[in-house]
Design a protein around this ligand. Structure first.
Ligand code: KPL
Length: 307
């Protein structure tokens, strides 16, 4: 299969390397000539596995404005760039194209289906850990799993197994209810990310610090009510228990939102807490804690432009 990938961050590069390893053709779609030059300088994607072994994958690359048709597109941009990324290549998508959206948050997936209802669109969520230590040099920090499911009518009717397994070292499973999985991820991110970003702390502090822990509990209770109003029963146990357990297992991590703030990048607050506040408005749910977090994070990152 030939895959085009938009979003050459840590997860995009991990997928590019693993698809390449499994003998798929991979083309990165890059926005600038500088990014193309950086890739040719590093002679491909350097992928360092969890055991420290590094391998270089010679992936193809082209600029957004290329005219080559796209049959399989993976979008791994930040959530707030999903729609503009999709629009930037819309005229290149073949009528039987598959589009996979792999990002945090909720909102852009539904927007993509609304705008491109004729396409086969899939959403994905992952617990894989990876980071870049230089452009196109990705370090695999941990092995999680990726769930993929159909979100547009055309994808739902398709019998395709969108990503043929095995795909390198990625663990990929199809999900019959990906929207529920996305909700679960959003709920966890809403519980952990804004609080760690505001308090400049590692995830573990939300468990070890009594004041933060109580704040997280209040946030979780609101999120759970919003989810229930939207017909989503999140986990077998209360969200607060689940969030505590994930904050403990990732105790030494800086959440992605805190990293975004520290590196002066826009955050995904609109697609996480913002999405939940919109649903609270729609269903008349009380959500003062989440609304406050939304305002505070927006203020904290107000000087950072969206890219
Ligand atoms: O997904 C995460 C994130 O930081 O975005 C968690 C689960 C909070 C781990 O850091």
């Amino acid at each position: 299969m030939h895959w085009h990938i938009l979003g050459a961050g840590a997860i995009g590069c991990t997928w590019a390397a693993q698809l390449c390893k499994s003998n798929h053709d991979v083309t990165l779609i890059l926005r600038t000539k500088e990014r193309l030059q950086q890739l040719s300088k590093s002679q491909g994607i350097i992928y360092q596995a969890t055991n420290g072994e590094a391998c270089t994958y010679n992936v193809g690359a082209e600029l957004t404005k290329s005219k080559a048709p796209i049959k399989n597109l993976l979008i791994c941009t930040k959530a707030y760039s999903t729609i503009s990324a999709l629009q930037s290549v819309a005229d290149r998508l073949s009528s039987d194209a598959n589009v996979v959206l792999l990002q945090n948050g909720l909102g852009p997936q539904q927007e993509a289906v609304k705008l491109f209802s004729e396409l086969s669109i899939w959403a994905a969520t992952t617990t894989d850990g990876a980071y870049l230590n230089a452009p196109y040099h990705v370090i695999r920090a941990g092995h999680g799993e990726t769930l993929i499911g159909a979100i547009s009518n055309k994808a739902q009717q398709s019998l395709d197994n969108i990503i043929p397994a095995p795909c390198g070292d990625l663990k990929i499973y199809m999900s019959a209810d990906i929207t529920h999985k996305l909700w679960c991820k959003v709920a966890i991110n809403a519980a952990i990310n804004p609080l760690t970003a505001l308090n400049n702390c590692k995830n573990g502090m939300l468990v070890s610090n009594a004041v933060l822990s109580m704040k997280m509990q209040n946030i979780c209770e609101e999120v759970e009510k919003i989810a229930t109003a939207c017909g989503q029963n999140l986990f077998d146990k209360p969200l607060y228990e689940m969030a505590k357990s994930i904050a403990s297992t990732t105790a030494e991590n800086y959440s992605s939102m805190l990293q975004d703030i520290k590196q002066n990048r826009p955050t995904e607050i609109e697609e996480i807490t913002g999405f939940l506040c919109q649903q609270a408005d729609k269903f008349g749910c009380h959500a003062p804690e989440n609304r406050m977090l939304l305002q505070q994070i927006k203020q904290l990152s107000s000087a950072i432009p969206l890219t």
